[in-house]
Design a protein around this ligand. Sequence first.
Ligand SMILES: *[C@@H]1O[C@H](CO)[C@@H](O)[C@H](O)[C@H]1NC(C)=O
Ligand SMILES: *[C@@H]1O[C@H](CO)[C@@H](O)[C@H](O)[C@H]1NC(C)=O
Ligand SMILES: *[C@@H]1O[C@H](CO)[C@@H](O)[C@H](O)[C@H]1NC(C)=O
Ligand SMILES: *[C@@H]1O[C@H](CO)[C@@H](O)[C@H](O)[C@H]1NC(C)=O
Ligand SMILES: *[C@@H]1O[C@H](CO)[C@@H](O)[C@H](O)[C@H]1NC(C)=O
Ligand SMILES: *[C@@H]1O[C@H](CO)[C@@H](O)[C@H](O)[C@H]1NC(C)=O
Ligand SMILES: *[C@@H]1O[C@H](CO)[C@@H](O)[C@H](O)[C@H]1NC(C)=O
Length: 425
Amino acid sequence: MCRSNQNSILSQTRTILPFLILLFAAASPSPANPTFRPSSTLDPKQLTALQSMGLPVGRDPCSNPSPHNNATACDSGTPFRHLISLRLSNCSPDLDLSPTALRSLHTLRSLSFFRCPIPPIKRFPSPLDSSLRSFSCISSLRPLSGILLSHLHNLTDLSIKDVPISVSSPFIIFSQMHNLLSATISNTTLSGQLPRHWHSLSLFHLDLSLNMLKGPVPGSISLLESLEFLNLSSNSLTGLLPDAIGDLIFLKTASFARNALSGPIPETMAAMPELTELDLSFNQFNSSIPRFLSEMKSLTHLNLESNNFQGVIPFNSSFIKRLVVFKVSGNSNLCYNRSVLSSKLMLGIAPCDKYGLPVPPPPGKADKDDSFSDYDYGGEDDGGGGEKGGGGHHGVNKLVLGVAIGLSCLVFLVIFLVCLSKIYG
Ligand SMILES: *[C@@H]1O[C@H](CO)[C@@H](O)[C@H](O)[C@H]1NC(C)=O
Ligand SMILES: *[C@@H]1O[C@H](CO)[C@@H](O)[C@H](O)[C@H]1NC(C)=O
Ligand SMILES: *[C@@H]1O[C@H](CO)[C@@H](O)[C@H](O)[C@H]1NC(C)=O
Ligand SMILES: *[C@@H]1O[C@H](CO)[C@@H](O)[C@H](O)[C@H]1NC(C)=O
Ligand SMILES: *[C@@H]1O[C@H](CO)[C@@H](O)[C@H](O)[C@H]1NC(C)=O
Ligand SMILES: *[C@@H]1O[C@H](CO)[C@@H](O)[C@H](O)[C@H]1NC(C)=O
Ligand SMILES: *[C@@H]1O[C@H](CO)[C@@H](O)[C@H](O)[C@H]1NC(C)=O
């Protein structure tokens, strides 16, 4: 208790001191600031900074926040108030973020850029870089530096969307952030592997979708034991889902969609009581579908579309009807038991024969889309399912390939024999 009080007093003095120095330094308004109005309740230094960025700030950004756009929020300091939150949107491409202006905005806790290109700076000046708790940058064509992000080590909330990132390894970006609660880096050029070590163990929201991440999902992701939302969809992740995933007992939403993951759905997931939404679509998962999914009480969204799941669907219709979303089409080796599930469920997969294998679609029916067709996935099986070679087409292809290889071997042998006879003859 005592210690933390001391700390906060210390940190207050630390933040107030530079401010006092600034105040003295700012004794006279700069000539570059003709619109300076002493009647503002905002710290004049900060008003100047806003104006130098070319922002359309009103007479007093603190006392008259525009109701339609939360561009600014201020504390209730005296004699002057200070900015704690600033949102820059639709700025001009030559927005000028001078170090002087940024330095005077060190009271900011939240800074966001919306359709506002950030100039190519590598670091916000101290102490702004360490005082920011929330940072976001949405929709910008100019690349944002991962180094800039990595210096924001006191962030709890990071949100980057629809922005290219230069120096984009998650390891670099996250390595110094110990207090993150929510991190979104989505539709960027984030690349490299998922970090094996996380410092922000209280993270509850992690969205790294639509990036260029490669490699496995490391088991150490289970260290993020507060995680409730995980979206790793649309990357190039490979390998198996780690068994440790089942340790994420608070996880509600998990999407691994549109990667190249394979293997089974880990048994350990049976012990995730909160799991509501599981999206594994468009991967290469290739086991049978585990029955335990139907015993997960919270599950309402289950998407297993376009994988290489095999065997008989282990679910009954009361479970499937309970789900809000259930997708299994695009699994050519998967089938449903006609005496358990009705074709009216239109699961988009074939019924099973008595051996539990998919009944091949009757010829000609595959193309026609008569609304109750179970074969509407037709030819969408793009590679993922091809390896196991179940269906008739694959058999024919193999035959042709075999004959071709045999013939070329024969030709080779003949040439070889001719050569031999030339040498010895
Ligand atoms: C402004 O802030 C309030 C409260 O934080 C929020 O409800 C509202 O949606 C915000 N408006 C805009 C335009 O961001
Ligand atoms: C980081 O955030 C905490 C609040 O959780 C704050 O007390 C501390 O002063 C911040 N650190 C810096 C360097 O601003
Ligand atoms: C991703 O971001 C780009 C701009 O960088 C945008 O044009 C595109 O629509 C975004 N995609 C999605 C799915 O949001
Ligand atoms: C995961 O991210 C993708 C792409 O950003 C998005 O389309 C999808 O809705 C997200 N999934 C969930 C469950 O939020
Ligand atoms: C699933 O794919 C993995 C490789 O990703 C392979 O090792 C395994 O044997 C496959 N399992 C089945 C049942 O096909
Ligand atoms: C359907 O499956 C669930 C879970 O496996 C089970 O609890 C339930 O009793 C089954 N319902 C019927 C009608 O068989
Ligand atoms: C389909 O279900 C029936 C009744 O539950 C069962 O007797 C039969 O073995 C099942 N068929 C397959 C292929 O699993």
